[in-house]
Write a protein that binds this ligand. Structure first.
Ligand SMILES: *Cc1c(COP(=O)(O)O)cnc(C)c1O
Length: 424
């Protein structure tokens, strides 16, 4: 980390040496009116489009045009089994076994479907723990599940908060919650990587703690998938959900991913919502059979999936597969470390990074608190072609994504921030 250097020459040199530099060329980088590339730092919100996506989608449009319904079985990539082509590659990204992973529905929908199976409250054990700054959709989903089961959502919701004067979560505080209320808690649902602070929590440690108190443990990995080594299988978590439009570059509103630990793969007595896609594939189209539960994560599917969206996911996963998470993470640590190094030059009195310093506790995102900042700062950055994300009251989130962001992107981001701050 100490070998970072100031000056643009260093950034250019790192880009030259970068093993993954060719991948930037494989993405559409949006441009300003003058034709300059945006400095795109919001891959944590919507990943950029791989140039290959169009041809993957076009192939399915052509099969549909030429084959109609026969595309289900006769297409180049038959639609009936299309989702199976995503499973192994997605499982590698999140560190799971193939049987544990399925691409289906959307993130919040999957969260609900997982709670249908894994949130089984009783009169005495019904509470749900989430982080106090959980992503709003997750909070709303959990509150509505509490109400759905007839509980008061204030009484049922337990918040894991950071301490006064701090922003990051401490594991000891979750331990305290469980010591005090463990036998009333049915479910612990935590964002694996917090969307606001960028803190990557220890999934295995949280799971072990929860299981010690007989709680179900699930994670929302929307900000983790394609960003950090999640090792979902080894974590022991009961379930996890994520989306594919953030770090996984599969396009706006694209399908979600879902993990169910293999120890639940054959549990036919688990309550769940089902549809024909949860039924044994061999006899699905007989249409008359008694329901025959498909084992594994696949058994949580309901519907035949939207192939055009899956084609975009396939384009992206093929690229992730080629690169591999370990190379991505190596570059990511270096690139984000470089951003951290440059930001520190601006002085701790001006800028405070709220994301953890330890690379094992973060992904590529840094959340930057700027002293006396308001949204005007963010708007100026946007005018300068830096696309970042503003969270009130004073945080700018920047996510240099190792697949397509460069060291020079990071260099220019900080230079522009510096000159805007100097003007103030
Ligand atoms: C992005 C994100 C969502 C969005 O949910 P959708 O159902 O895909 O709209 C929910 N939760 C978290 C933690 C997220 O980061």
């Amino acid at each position: 980390m100490s070998d970072y250097k100031l000056g643009v020459a260093y950034a250019l040199e790192q880009d030259q040496k970068d093993d993954l530099k060719a991948y930037r060329q494989q993405f559409h980088i949006p441009k300003d009116a003058a034709g300059n590339n945006w400095i795109y730092m919001t891959g944590n919100s919507l990943g950029l489009q791989p140039k290959s996506t169009k041809s993957y989608i076009n192939e399915e449009l052509e099969d549909w045009a030429n084959l109609g319904v026969e595309g289900h079985t006769q297409g180049k990539t038959p639609w009936l089994s299309y989702h199976e082509l995503l499973t192994d590659k997605m499982a590698q990204i999140v560190g799971a076994k193939s049987q544990e992973v399925i691409v289906m529905n959307t993130l919040t929908a999957n969260l609900h479907f997982m709670m249908v199976s894994f949130y089984k409250p009783s009169k005495t054990r019904f509470k749900i723990v989430i982080e106090s700054d959980a992503f709003p959709s997750d909070k709303y989903a959990v509150q509505s599940q509490l109400r759905h089961h007839g509980f008061d959502d204030n009484e049922g919701l337990v918040l894991w908060k950071s301490r006064r004067g701090e922003v990051l979560l401490r594991h000891e505080d979750l331990e305290t919650i469980l010591e005090e209320q463990g036998d009333e808690i049915a479910l612990i649902l935590i964002g694996g990587v917090n969307y606001y602070t960028g803190q990557f929590l220890d999934l295995k440690r949280i799971t072990q703690l929860g299981h010690k108190y007989n709680c179900v443990v699930g994670f929302d990995c929307a900000h983790g998938a394609g960003n950090v080594a999640l090792n979902l299988h080894d974590s022991g978590a009961d379930f996890a959900v994520w989306c594919t439009y953030k770090y996984l570059n599969a396009g706006p509103g694209s399908l979600g991913g879902c993990f169910v630990h293999e120890r639940h793969a054959h549990k036919k007595d688990l309550n769940r919502f089902t549809g024909w896609w949860s039924h044994n594939k061999q006899t699905r189209f007989n249409m008359r059979d008694e329901f025959d539960q498909l084992p594994g994560a696949e058994g949580w599917q309901l519907s035949n999936p939207p192939i055009l969206s899956m084609a975009a996911i396939k384009a992206s996963l093929d690229m992730f597969h080629e690169v591999g998470m370990s190379k991505l993470i190596t570059k990511s640590n270096k690139l984000t470390g470089y951003l951290e190094f440059l930001l520190k030059q601006l002085g701790e009195n001006t800028i405070r990074i709220i994301t953890p310093y330890n690379t094992n506790e973060r992904g590529c995102q840094l959340s930057i608190q700027v002293k006396n900042a308001n949204k005007a700062l963010h708007d100026k950055l946007t005018n300068e072609g830096v696309i970042s994300d503003w969270r009130a009251p004073d945080v700018i989130r920047c996510a240099p994504v190792p697949l397509y962001n460069s060291f020079t992107d990071v260099y220019h981001l900080v230079e522009k921030l510096k000159s805007i701050l100097n003007e103030q």
